[in-house]
Design a protein around this ligand. Structure first.
Ligand SMILES: [Zn+2]
Length: 348
């Protein structure tokens, strides 16, 4: 794929990893880190952080809301493949692209409409650490809900182009600062409507990778009217709380631990709400970083324009700090699960 960057400045690219449908996409080379898919030129004008540029490109109208199984989803994937390649992460196995099949209702509103089998594509990269016996999985889903009934585009800037931008920034950090333990970078597909990419990975991890010790999942990092972001997961793994609190003490934005107490209400307990869910169910400790739901959630208005650069860049710096400390502490941190509450014996 490196040849991608060395091709003449404007080229028509036919990209196809193993088993993937071929698509044609006009790209332009831009600096060391980027390809500029046709229709995203505006993202390359003016100064912005690489993460913000990732959000801009992935939430552009040409990505049509990145619905699984569509050409637009494949366009987003090809942009990410070029980013993985340029950042320098290694493929796991022959390719970065790991296909999986999953079933879903043809129409979520009408169960009688039957079910269909689709193919999704996770993008998996690895950054070797000094100790490969433990693995931290840094994850973010790159798909979104696609176009609406009237073909209005659900651009998915915050959900979840922002998380993908954060994940790539963490990858770049560990390429520049080799980690203490192996880090696997996973852009999950088909999170919308069932966490399907994460389920496929947890149920059937690729060969050549030690079992994942800890999951750091990023989903919706870019818009928070009250300027704070939440880290869920320490209720289940109390040994993580001191790390979160230590990072929060120096963070440029307000970082709080929470949204993981088992109330049974998914609006209050995010334990199973994004790709960290299948890791948790498999007994793998996690921290999920995300903002509270907002007025743009799963709306066409979730566009690049709502992403607040100062807040978002602050979240990126905080994500890198968290990832660095999770990696450093992976062998020392107490990752044992919370002791179940003692059941009070019933009277009589
Ligand atoms: Zn999401």
């Amino acid at each position: 794929m490196r040849s991608l960057v060395l091709l003449s400045s404007v080229s028509v690219l036919t990209l196809a990893a193993c088993g993937e449908p071929e698509i044609a996409m006009e790209v332009t080379e831009f600096g060391d880190y980027q390809i500029m898919p046709e229709g995203t030129e505006a993202c390359f004008e003016g100064e912005m952080s690489p993460s913000l540029r990732d959000v801009c490109v992935l939430s552009s109208d040409v990505m049509e809301g990145r619905l699984v199984g569509t050409e637009a989803n494949a366009r987003a994937r090809d942009y990410l493949l070029a980013r993985y390649e340029a950042i320098g992460v290694e493929p796991v196995g022959e390719s970065f692209v790991h296909a999986f099949e999953f079933e879903r209702p043809v129409d979520f509103r009408n169960p009688d409409a039957g079910r269909e089998t689709l193919t999704g594509y996770n993008i998996i990269g690895r950054i070797p650490g000094a100790d490969s016996s433990k693995v931290m999985a840094v994850t973010a889903h790159y798909d979104h809900v696609g176009p609406g009934e009237n073909n209005e585009i659900f651009n998915g800037a915050d959900d979840n182009a922002s998380g993908v931008g954060g994940m790539l920034a963490v990858a770049q950090h560990f390429i520049d600062n080799p980690p203490a333990h192996d880090v696997v970078i996973i852009a999950f597909d088909a999170e919308e409507g069932g966490l399907n990419g994460a389920r496929a990975f947890v149920d059937n991890p690729p060969e050549g990778l030690a079992p994942v010790t800890f999951n750091f999942n990023l989903d919706m990092l870019g818009y928070s009217p009250d300027g704070n972001i939440w880290a869920a997961g320490s209720y289940h793994t109390p040994g993580l709380l001191p790390v979160i609190e230590a990072v929060a003490a120096d963070a440029p934005i307000t970082l709080e631990a929470g949204y993981d107490f088992p109330t049974g209400d998914p609006r209050e307990d995010w334990t199973l709400l994004s790709d960290h869910g299948p890791f948790h169910v498999a007994g793998i400790p996690f921290v999920y970083l995300g903002v509270e739901d907002h007025e743009h959630y799963h709306r066409p208005s979730d566009e690049f324009g709502i992403i607040e650069p100062e807040f978002y860049n602050g979240v990126i710096a905080t994500s890198i700090d968290l990832a660095e400390r999770f990696d450093e502490g992976l062998s020392e941190m107490d990752l044992s699960p919370r002791e179940p509450e003692p059941v009070e014996p019933k009277d009589g």
